[in-house]
Design a protein around this ligand. Structure first.
Ligand code: NAD
Ligand code: IPM
Ligand code: MN
Length: 359
């Protein structure tokens, strides 16, 4: 196989964790004998500074040609002026929209060694293993905006088709996990949520009678995610709710730095990024946890490159690094970003040569 991978490091800790992704991808290429082409392009604040655009045309063209795109993070205080006409984050939103990546998969699984890192009681979080499917190209993020000095508005809409396609992805996922779908909305207030409830109920009844299905209001869901997280299996929800609930869910597994994501559309091409941001408070100090990024690379091998076994071994390598406390400060280790990534690469090579299995 010859796959083309594009790296978009972005801002803050983005380049720090993307450098680890590149190392892992090259190591996978060597270990498994794959021919992988890696390129890099600008996005976010780095692109704004260099070209005046957060998503330069050249970057978008390279993304469209790639089999998979790996993104660090965008944004930071330097570009946070509320009066600025262009923001780094817009580059990421435009990219998701242009590549039609409507489904954002965010797995949340607790490594037992990290139960004590979470501020929640260990007995409340054991067995946490959920998949949040976040709609990514609709809702309040993409409606018309009015931005005045005395009034502002964000229009907010969803179509049946936008809801159907993402609910189907969640339901398929639940079926393969022998799980249940929880659709989270605010149907007691929002018209868009009432459409979500109607359309998802119809699809589940018509095409997935074998998959358990429930609905939940988002305010109650925010409570249940911390009070009783292991009750969730697959969550499907609109763009903004999915954004917020997954930052909340990261607390269950120890750190924002642990959670990966895959953004997918109709085809195989995808965008892979950790769920965290550019973390300006720790940028440039070697403190960033690279595991969410490395796990995103794992998802890339599965979903875009069709190599599930490689993905599984990357997951196992991260798991083993955590088991042996070879990790960054945020999850109780004392390694720097690059050392933690090296530990994963060493574990991967041991797994490949069958020296080590599951620790
Ligand atoms: P953030 O996710 O950057 O950071 C939140 C907290 O989590 C911080 O205390 C940070 O130190 C910690 N954290 C995040 N990633 C970590 C890691 N890998 N290892 C250890 N700790 C980590 O959120 P924020 O501070 O609200 O946002 C900062 C900037 O990032 C903003 O400009 C925001 O728009 C942007 N952002 C970008 C993305 C993205 O590019 N996908 C996602 C979220 C936020
Ligand atoms: C994320 C981020 C983005 C989002 C921002 C930076 C646009 O928070 O990927 O979770 O809200 O989708
Ligand atoms: Mn977010």
């Amino acid at each position: 196989m010859n796959a083309k991978i594009l790296l978009l490091p972005g801002d803050g800790i983005g380049p720090e964790v993307t450098a680890q992704a590149e190392k892992l991808i090259r190591a996978v290429g060597d270990i498994y004998g794959l021919s992988l082409t890696i390129e890099e392009a600008l996005i976010g604040g780095a692109a704004l500074d260099a070209t005046g655009e957060p998503l330069p045309a050249d970057t978008l063209a390279k993304c469209a040609e790639a089999d998979a795109v790996v993104l660090g993070a965008v944004g930071g205080p330097k570009w946070d002026n509320p009066d600025a006409s262009k923001r780094p984050e817009q580059g990421l939103l435009d990219l998701r929209k242009a590549l039609k990546l409507f489904a954002n998969l965010r797995p949340v699984r607790l490594h037992p060694a990290l139960a004590s890192i979470s501020p929640l009681k260990a007995e409340h979080i054991e067995n946490v293993d959920m998949m949040v499917v976040r709609e990514l190209t609709g809702g309040s993020y993409f409606g018309d905006k009015l931005e005045g000095d005395d009034e502002a508005s964000d229009a907010y809409s969803y179509t049946r088709r936008e809801i159907e396609r993402v609910v189907k992805i969640a339901a398929d996922m639940a079926r393969s996990r022998y799980g249940r779908v929880t659709m989270i909305d605010k149907a007691n207030v929002l018209a868009t949520s009432r459409l979500w409830r109607k359309v998802s109920g119809e699809i589940m009844a018509a095409s997935y009678p074998d998959v358990a299905y429930e609905t939940m209001l988002v305010d109650a869901a925010a409570m249940h995610i911390v009070a009783n997280p292991s009750r969730f299996n697959v969550i499907v929800t609109e763009n903004m709710f999915g954004d917020i609930l997954t930052d909340e869910a990261s607390v269950l597994v120890g750190s924002m730095g642990m959670l990966p994501s895959a953004s997918l559309g109709e085809g195989k091409a995808g965008l892979y990024e950790p769920i965290h941001g550019s973390a300006p408070d720790i940028a440039g100090r070697g403190l960033a946890n690279p595991f969410g990024m490395l796990a995103s690379v794992g998802m890339m091998f599965d979903y875009s490159l069709g190599m599930r076994e490689v993905a599984r071994q990357i997951e196992l390598a991260i798991w083993n690094a955590v088991s042996t406390q070879q990790c960054t400060l945020d999850i109780g280790g004392n390694l720097r970003t690059d050392e933690a990534a090296d530990a994963v690469i060493n574990q991967l090579s041991d797994i490949h040569t069958k020296k080590v299995a599951f620790i």
